[in-house]
Ligand binder design. Structure first.
Ligand SMILES: [Fe+2]
Length: 139
């Protein structure tokens, strides 16, 4: 089932929201890919796409936090480093699984990990920025 963007995920800044929506779509692409067994050997480009987009998104988000003088910025930067490390763990798990066989069970596990990875951060941490983003002039 496709992961859908919801208005409740909006952090109140169009750059951040557009990035989050794009990340969600890339995760959907990864999940679609996992359910296409013939294509599984070629999973690297889509994982690289997710990795690159995530890196650029974190830089954009971190610049915005600096611009609005977000009080929890340092903690949030730390969380981004942790998310990056978690992503590498998920990525190697996907690559390892794709070398043997993607079955329904590990497909579900990977799907859960990826969704949890993104959605928990958006809902749990990025949304804390919302009042600051909404009050920031011309952001
Ligand atoms: Fe974030």
């Amino acid at each position: 089932m496709t992961l859908l963007w919801r208005d409740t995920m909006r952090a109140g800044n169009s750059l951040i929201d557009n990035d989050h929506r794009a990340l969600l779509e890339i995760i959907n692409e990864v999940e679609d890919f996992l359910s296409t067994p013939d294509a599984i050997g070629n999973i690297h480009p889509i994982l690289d796409k997710l990795e690159t987009y995530t890196k650029h998104h974190f830089i954009r988000e971190e610049n915005i936090m600096r611009n609005i003088d977000y009080p929890d910025r340092l903690n949030h930067l730390k969380l981004h480093r942790q998310l990056t490390n978690t992503f590498y763990g998920i990525k190697s798990k996907i690559i390892k699984s794709s070398k043997t066989k993607i079955n329904e069970e590990n497909q579900e596990e990977i799907t859960k990990l990826l969704r949890h990875w993104l959605i928990n951060h958006i809902l749990g941490e990025d949304l804390k920025m919302k009042p600051f983003l909404l009050n920031a002039p011309n952001m």
